[in-house]
Design a protein around this ligand. Structure first.
Ligand code: PRX
Length: 677
């Protein structure tokens, strides 16, 4: 670390402890005095060079924050804390998948840990690894050294396809340290998803593992990566493999063994200087589903991202340096990026990373982890909670969870019964809040730090500072009155930390998000309503995106996978309500020869093949819960499939106006197909 940086560290402010007057003042200032508000927040991070201008809004909707400022995300997450908290845990990693039984079956698993350094504690039913900021500094430097020695540098794209292990965090931080742009792909995705992302990002390197584990089931990551590489047009130069000792594999010519390379870096005590990036240079890409079959590469900047996340820990989550934050989300999702990796570290907190299910080895595992690690703030999606709700309730009270200040939920609607059940059993505030991959941090929330408004169960809260959010009439763009349903929109400029564009596709950024009225409103693609008290309520998506267990999936992606089946001429996939997972995809497929389904045997074969095609292409999360075979699909006169009507039919609800329908008998065909089942 250079002298100059070290000096600056002691002067630089960690998250401000100065109490602002009120949330109303903060909100007002963030909208009406944007530059001075964010200039103040920018002091929370270290700048190698101070910004010349706080906001450049001359080319909206492309907003540039902290223009001319130079910083480094990894430096702010790691190095900056060394003077004050080198021996504090940066991460506590827990895996209920790596248990005694697994180690007995695969002894190489334990060896792999000793090879990768750091203290590991093995218990009968889980494994724990603690990592101080000092340890993290070393590991991230080794990882960055390995990347550099393999030709990865500033601006190169690196795909990370890993389960919830610490090496995923090192990989992300190492990329941002050297200015490489990471793109983490959710482990539940299959080879096709990987190939699409490899091609769009033109990834130079892939980072993966031999295998992941889910409820004791082995997931062959390496094989999926190999298939992805085979399918992709743009081939990576190297595949860096963290071998966990779970699944033996045959190394490919482009494979690089991480443990061997790490040893070289470790023996050399390698350190890698952070690469200072201009605030608007990209830090990462995170692909998310939209209305077309091709996911969008949400592009995040560097300085705005660091400032926004650090501020959110203080103002939204009421977290403090030294406290423990646990986000139960896969690292491949926005919540994992923002609140398992970046935000807690930016704020000097300890972050818990968990590999495992909510009810394994038993439904008390979350609360046991909270107790043992004195977790202060918990964040997850409602699905996991709904899973626990089905289990023996006494698990909820066996552990001391008094360290918890609040429990935040997001990613899908939080139903009243789950919220009340949780409140009753945990006795801590259960705070629903709303945001998106695109925003990277909460758009609507309650802000417990400020006592701004009483907490209202059933609402994700009110707009957070920086978001000029309104519910507007879809047709006119006029603000809706209280109680009137409309589109949740945010007036440009979006605050720091939100997506700056779609990777290499400015046009798609505009057409996907800013195609309303005068192009000055960001569309969330969610319907909402504001009640008399000013609390917002989310009423569902305006597009064909569905939300399965908090996972966002474009129905068109599933339709494309199904359409590869030679016997299908067209299909429609819709999401239907499900008590546990929120929504489930179901498929309506029109066959070339409808007679086929008259034989039960044939119908079964077709169902299996269709479900198989989806799982193979997109992974298990997209698996259709049912496949129906109508003779036709209802369409408008312009040929657009009426998915909303099909969904209504599937849920036994009114289909609405059918006067524009091109083929009315198709409605009966859809109804009949469900009866045939
Ligand atoms: O439809 C909204 C729903 O999830 C979408 C965003 O999903 P994703 O990009 O995966 O980001 C998740 C980040 C936590 C939104 O457009 N959604 C998110 N939070 C809520 C929600 N729906 C209802 N209530 C929420 N609290």
């Amino acid at each position: 670390m250079s002298e100059q940086i070290a000096n600056n560290v002691s002067e630089s402010s960690l998250p401000s402890t100065q109490q602002p007057s009120s949330f109303a003042d903060i909100y007002h200032s963030s909208i009406h005095n944007r530059e001075s508000f964010w200039a103040q927040q920018a002091k929370r991070i270290y700048w190698h060079k101070q910004p010349d201008k706080i906001l450049d809004d001359s080319n909206l909707p492309f907003a540039k924050w902290f223009v001319g400022g130079e910083t480094n995300l990894c430096y702010n997450c790691v190095d900056r804390h060394l003077p004050d908290r080198a021996e504090q845990d940066a991460f506590i990693w827990l895996s209920s998948e790596i248990n005694q039984e697994l180690i007995d079956t695969f002894p190489a698993v334990a060896d792999a840990f000793s090879d990768l350094g750091n203290s590991v504690e093995f218990y009968t039913d889980y494994t724990k690894r603690r990592l101080t900021y000092n340890d993290l500094y070393k590991e991230v430097n080794y990882f960055a050294d390995v990347l550099q020695r393999h030709g990865v540098g500033k601006g190169d794209r690196v795909i990370i396809y890993m389960p919830m292990i610490l090496e995923a965090a090192y990989a992300m931080l190492a990329c941002t340290r050297i200015g490489a742009i990471h793109s983490v792909v959710f482990g539940g995705f299959a080879a096709h998803n990987l190939a699409i992302r490899m091609d769009d990002a033109e990834a130079k390197m892939l980072i993966t593992v031999d295998a992941g584990l889910r409820g004791g089931k082995i997931i062959n990551y390496k094989n999926l990566i190999n298939q992805g590489v085979e399918q992709a047009n743009h081939k990576p130069e190297h595949v860096l493999v963290v071998n966990r000792g779970i699944l033996p594999f045959k190394a490919q010519p482009i494979d690089v063994d991480y443990a061997t390379e790490r040893r070289i870096s470790c023996d050399a005590n390698a350190t890698v200087d952070p690469v200072w990036l201009e605030s608007n240079e990209p830090s990462y890409l995170l692909y998310t589903s939209g209305t077309t079959g091709t996911p969008k590469g949400v592009q995040r900047d560097t300085g705005g991202h660091a400032v926004a996340l650090t501020t959110s820990i203080d103002y939204v989550y009421n977290g403090k340096a030294g406290e423990t934050f646990w986000t139960i989300s896969d690292v491949g999702w926005a919540a994992g990026h923002s609140y398992t990796i970046y935000a807690p570290l930016l704020a000097g907190m300890t972050s818990v990373m968990y590999e495992g299910l909510p009810h394994r080895p038993n439904p008390g595992i979350w609360w046991r982890i909270v107790e043992a690690n004195k977790v202060n703030i918990l964040f997850t999606a409602p699905t996991g909670v709904r899973m626990l709700k089905k289990q023996d309730e006494t698990w909820m009270t066996r552990y001391d969870v008094s360290s918890l200040k609040s429990f935040f939920l997001a990613g899908e609607p939080l139903d009243e019964s789950t919220a009340s059940w949780l409140t009753e059993h945990l006795g801590v505030p259960i705070l629903d809040h709303y945001w998106q991959t695109e925003s990277g941090w909460p758009i609507l929330s309650h802000a417990p730090k400020f006592n701004h408004k009483p907490h209202k169960q059933g609402s994700p809260g009110y707009p957070m500072y920086g978001y000029d959010a309104h519910v507007i009439n879809e047709e006119t763009g006029e603000p809706c009155a209280a109680g009137e349903k409309g589109l949740l929109a945010i007036a440009a400029p979006l605050p720091p930390g939100c997506l700056t564009t779609v990777w290499r596709n400015d046009k798609r950024f505009i057409s996907s998000y800013f195609n309303l009225f005068d192009g000055k409103q960001y569309s969330t693609s969610d319907y909402a309503v504001v009640d008399e008290g000013g609390y917002f309520h989310i009423l569902g998506r305006t597009d064909d995106v569905i939300n399965v267990a908090g996972h966002r999936i474009g129905t068109q992606e599933i339709e494309e996978a199904i359409s590869t089946h030679p016997e299908i001429i067209e299909c429609a996939v819709v999401g239907i309500a499900d008590e546990l997972k929120g929504e489930l995809p179901i498929a309506f497929c029109v066959l070339r020869d409808h007679e086929q389904v008259k034989s039960t045997e044939n119908r079964f074969r077709l169902e299996q093949q269709i479900v198989g095609a989806v799982v193979k292409s997109l992974g298990g999360i997209a698996r259709p819960a049912a496949v129906y075979f109508p003779q036709a699909l209802p369409k408008t006169r312009s040929g657009k499939i009426l998915r909303r009507s099909i969904r209504a039919l599937a849920e036994n609800k009114p289909t609405g106006d059918m006067s524009t329908l091109d083929n009315p008998p198709a409605i009966d065909a859809v109804k009949q197909s469900m009866k045939d089942y």
